[in-house]
Design a protein around this ligand. Structure first.
Ligand code: CA
Length: 360
């Protein structure tokens, strides 16, 4: 039965629709939101999550709740997305919370920490552990509510003009790398810069940076780094499974009918899952193309991995003097210990035995 027919049947006395539609208009108002993304729309993966969200919200509300997404810089500069949502300039945003660690160091746990959780482990922590509740406490200070909004999976370690054979080879390099990974690199004497995705190519081409990381084969190929640097390192130990987030202004959220909130929640969860699936689908073929095109793959030297992990532990402990950080850090660490125990068993044995032959 169509909705209009149903309403007529429910109110047999009225022949005309307008009277019986009045309550429906109140509970299903037309809502138009603007969403600012920190990412360029050339990247269908990481930017695409905002479009998945918008498309599904619109479908689930029969077109009554519309979200228009704006790529990085079109409405809001990419690193000002959180402020824009906080201020209500836009109702929603899509970003990586470690961009905002300067506002509160604990925000990194909404995204990733070096030697932290994988994508699956992070999702488990958000949906079935304390992750979402703890990070929402942090975002409450910004009048923002956060939703998991995609994941890239374990990232690559990035593009270098010259081979990195030792710790010494990192010294003095100018590298684009955000988050705590940047802080760790800084302590390995790398000169660290945070540059939004859409601006990296130019910085690398002009020599403003010697090396960069972004995400992985598919995105990196699109951004064209292989045209400038030939040495492609792995793993991106600073981003083992970075989670992106949707931000919603709390007042805008509270003004939504509950059915629209549910539509948003559902659409965000779908966008979260689909971003990871899209990366996993696209990265394999892209890696094959890059290698065929002459890119040289290298694992980071053992001494780089060892030093980075040691310094990571120091950095993570230093921030723990902040009570808000300490609370989330302790919870994340406990979760990580159990997750590593589990993933280090069947998943690792299987992956090591089966996938490990892929590059040999
Ligand atoms: Ca990255």
């Amino acid at each position: 039965m169509k909705r209009r027919d149903f309403l007529r049947a429910a109110a047999p006395g009225s022949q005309e629709a307008p009277l019986s539609e009045a309550p429906a208009v109140q509970t299903r108002p037309r809502v138009a939101w603007r969403l600012a993304s920190s990412f360029p729309n050339s990247l269908d993966t990481i930017y695409g999550a905002a479009e998945t969200l918008a498309r599904r919200v619109e479908a689930l509300t029969e077109g009554r709740f519309r979200i228009r997404s704006y790529p990085a810089g079109e409405l809001i500069p990419p690193l000002e997305v959180l402020s824009a949502v906080q201020n209500g300039t836009v109702q929603a945003g899509h970003s990586a919370s470690y961009y905002f660690q300067g506002k509160n160091p604990a925000l990194v746990f909404d995204c990733t920490i070096p030697f932290g959780l994988s994508a699956r482990q992070l999702n488990a922590w958000f949906y079935y552990g304390e992750g979402l509740a703890l990070t929402r406490e942090l975002f409450a200070d910004f009048n923002v509510i956060n939703f998991p909004g995609g994941n890239t999976g374990a990232q690559m370690g990035g593009w270098f003009r010259r081979e990195i054979g030792s710790l010494q080879d990192l010294r003095g390099l100018k590298m684009r790398i955000p988050g705590l990974g940047g802080e760790v690199m800084n302590r390995l004497d790398v000169t660290v810069q945070v540059i939004p995705g859409g601006e990296i190519y130019l910085a690398l081409e002009r020599g403003a940076i010697d090396a960069t990381e972004w995400v992985g084969p598919y995105d990196d190929e699109k951004l064209g780094f292989q045209e400038i640097a030939k040495h492609y390192y792995y793993p991106g130990w600073w981003e083992p499974g970075p989670g992106l987030s949707f931000y919603v202004n709390r007042d805008a959220w509270d003004a939504l009918p509950s059915a629209y909130q549910e539509a948003f929640r559902t659409a965000a969860a779908e966008a979260n899952e689909h971003m990871l699936a899209l990366y996993d689908a696209r990265n394999g073929p892209a890696l094959r193309r890059l290698v065929a095109g002459g890119v040289q793959l290298h694992p980071f030297p053992e001494e780089v991995m060892t030093a980075a992990r040691r310094i990571t532990e120091e950095v993570l402990e230093e921030f723990a003097s902040d009570p808000a950080y300490r609370k989330v850090y302790a919870a994340c660490k406990a979760w990580r210990d159990d997750a590593y125990r589990w993933f280090g068993t069947a998943e690792l044995a299987y992956g090591d035995y089966v996938f490990g032959t892929g590059n040999r």
